[in-house]
Design a protein around this ligand. Structure first.
Ligand code: ADP
Length: 651
């Protein structure tokens, strides 16, 4: 607070409210920047992360389609199925290619580790093309195998058609050699002419063996069509190959058998001898099948990698979103903490300003100053003014101090002047009072002397007794003067208000208005005893009656003053009323202020009521003007009724 020493209240309040405004502004700026930060985070989530996640879902769906369709393509039964599946797969890769450019940015975690999605898609596409070619080849081989089987069936049928009549013929020929009854006309005789039975049996055996070997060969070729494993395929091929080589060896030189040369055995042997025979076709088919499986495996690996990439991307986006939410939460918490701190600082500063500075320093000091002002206004000029400081209130306190000091000085001067004025007033009355008896005494003395000279002592005695009573009255007046001049308020003592009124009325007999005014006195009780000082009380009553006389002075109608004394509720009330112009209600309080007067400069000092008020207050009573709905003023003087000393005084 030292830095503010010597500054005005305006400067201090300006600084305090300036700091408060800056704190409020800081709170608003924090709130605003928080809002902007959150907005940016939300924007990035809405504009990048959410669309990117949607895109990833689409890519994943397309990849799943490829994953499910590729094995079906590999296992396509015919060209129609292959074409339909290939169309779908092609469409899938194209959709992925269309989606790829829309992916916003590749997360940093993925760029270093894996192939880009573009490169991965190219590999998948290439594999799919290879797979498609492979399937095409397999389908072609399948067709070739079918054709070969068909041809085999035809060849077998032709061979059997040829060999069976030859066997029949040979058997018939043998039987006709044993049985004369069997006609030989229909039997075809072989070209070597007559053959022995043994030779004929040998021919028949060759024919049977040929039929059996050819059937076995056909059977082996037919089995090759479906043989599942390469070992059995090789074994079957070797067996067929052996047969293919052995058959020509033992059928050589058999052409003498009529019709043997027309046997279509070579067509059957061709199924083994040809380069692209059934065994080769089946071997190639198996190779392509294995290659197809290999391609499928590769494709699966590529699709897994593709999906991993997508999952990685999704995870990265999710991670980024979590991070954004985390950062937002942190920013919100941080902002909230800052806002609460600045708000608390504002509240604290406001409380400090209002409570410590405004309430204590300003309002508190103003209250103290106000209290001092009121006490000074009530007449206590000794009241200290404890307010310090060099601000506006300090300046006011200084002004009040100098006002109080000047007032004390002036009041002392004016009290002195009032005393002198009262003394002058009293002196005028007293000199009038004393002059009268002195003149009368002179007159009675002169008459007494003359009457003694004339020898009239009795009459002279009357004059002397008049002189005596006039002298007593003069002594009384002087005694009261002496008591008036005595030092004020040495000590309070029981005072009878009846005596006070009597003394004052005596003093006022010389007042110019007294004779012209109807004075009524109604002191209901004898024991109107109060604790006060006789002289002071007389001063008060004298002042009230003087004012009443002044008030009725200008009356055109009868001038009246009434003095009455009543007792009630432990108090004695002395009322002095007149039928003068009265006191306006708005002046009820002002007339008790020092120097308030409505009289001409040389006629009133405005001190009478003020001094009287203070005197009565000193004795524990109240002096007030009473509202009078009628014409005229009523002054009420209340003092505590002193019952303890009452009896003593009355004695
Ligand atoms: P002063 O008599 O010197 O003016 P006071 O203090 O005795 O001073 O009276 C103050 C004022 O109160 C008077 O000037 C007058 O206006 C008013 N006042 C006092 N007594 C009466 C009264 N009896 N009737 C009307 N006005 C009165």
């Amino acid at each position: 607070m030292n830095i503010f020493r010597g500054h005005s209240i305006r400067d201090r309040l300006f600084t305090a409210f300036g700091v408060l405004s800056i704190l409020t502004l800081a709170t608003s700026v924090i709130g605003w920047s928080l809002h902007v930060q959150l907005g940016n985070k939300l924007k990035s989530v809405v504009e990048q992360d959410i669309p990117s996640l949607g895109l990833m879902v689409k890519l994943s769906t397309e990849a799943a389609t490829i994953t499910s369709l590729a094995p079906a393509l590999a296992a396509a039964k015919d060209e129609g199925a292959r074409q339909a599946l290939w169309l779908h797969l092609n469409e899938g890769t194209k959709s992925i290619a269309r989606l790829l450019p829309n992916i916003p940015t590749t997360p940093a975690a993925l760029t270093d580790q894996t192939m880009s999605l573009d490169a991965q898609l190219k590999s998948i596409d290439t594999t799919l093309h290879h797979l498609n070619d492979n399937v095409l080849k397999q389908l072609k081989l399948k067709t070739d195998k079918e054709t070969e089987s068909q041809r085999l069936r035809w060849a077998v049928s032709g061979f059997l058609t040829d060999i069976d009549p030859l066997i029949d013929n040979t058997q018939k020929y043998i039987r006709s050699r044993f049985n004369e009854d069997i006609p030989t006309s229909g039997i075809v005789v072989n070209s070597r002419g007559e053959r022995t039975i043994a030779q004929l049996n040998a021919d028949l055996q060759v024919l049977f063996r040929l039929k059996a070997d050819t059937s076995l060969l056909v059977n082996l070729v037919g089995r090759a069509h479906h043989l599942p494993d390469p070992d059995s395929l090789i074994a079957t091929a070797i067996q067929a190959d052996k047969l293919g080589k052995s058959i020509p060896e033992y059928i050589d030189n058999m052409s003498y058998i009529k019709g043997f040369s027309e046997l279509r055995v070579n067509q059957i042997l061709d199924f083994v001898r040809r380069d692209l025979n059934m065994f080769e076709l089946r071997r190639q088919e198996r190779l392509y099948f294995e290659a197809g499986q290999e391609l499928l495996n590769n494709l699966e690996i590529q699709l897994v990698s593709f999906n991993d990439y997508i999952n990685g991307h999704v995870n990265a986006v999710r991670e980024a979103s979590f991070q954004a939410v985390k950062e937002s939460n942190y920013a919100i918490a941080q902002g909230n903490r800052l806002m609460i701190a600045t708000s608390l600082a504002s509240v604290l500063l406001s409380v400090l300003v209002v409570w410590l500075y405004v309430a204590k320093h300003i309002v508190g000091r103003i209250r103290i100053l106000d209290g001092s002002m009121r006490i000074i206004a009530a007449g206590n000029l000794q009241q200290p003014i404890p307010v310090k400081g060099r601000d506006e209130i300090g300046t006011m306190a200084n002004s009040l101090r100098s006002f109080r000091d000047q007032l004390t000085e002036k009041q002392a001067e004016l009290v002195q002047a009032g005393k002198l004025a009262a003394l002058g007033q009293l002196s005028a009355g007293i000199s009038h009072e004393i002059n009268q008896p002195l003149t009368a005494i002179g007159h009675y003395a002169h008459n007494g002397v003359r009457l003694l000279e004339q020898g009239r002592p009795a009459e002279a005695m009357d004059n002397f007794s008049q002189i005596s009573s006039l002298t007593k009255r003069s002594t009384d007046i002087i005694t009261r003067l002496k008591s008036m001049a005595r030092k004020r308020r040495d000590s309070v003592q029981p005072v009878c208000l009846n005596q006070v009124v009597d003394h004052v009325l005596t003093l006022l007999q010389s007042h110019p208005q007294t004779q012209a005014t109807q004075m009524s006195v109604a002191m209901k009780y004898e024991n109107n005893i109060v604790m006060a000082e006789q002289i002071q009380m007389e001063q008060v009553v004298l002042n009230l009656l003087s004012n009443a006389l002044d008030a009725v002075a200008d009356n055109t109608h009868t001038k009246k003053i009434a003095i009455e004394c009543v007792q009630s509720e432990g108090q004695i009330e002395l009322r002095i009323s007149d039928n003068g112009p009265g006191v306006a209600p708005e002046l009820y309080e002002q007339i008790f202020n020092p120097f308030f007067t409505t009289k001409e400069v040389d006629q009133g000092l405005g001190l009478g009521l003020s001094i009287s008020y203070n005197i009565i207050q000193d004795f524990g009573g109240q002096l007030a003007v009473v509202h009078n709905p009628q014409k005229g003023a009523i002054f009420s003087l209340r003092l505590p009724f002193n019952s303890i000393n009452q009896a003593e005084t009355m004695r």
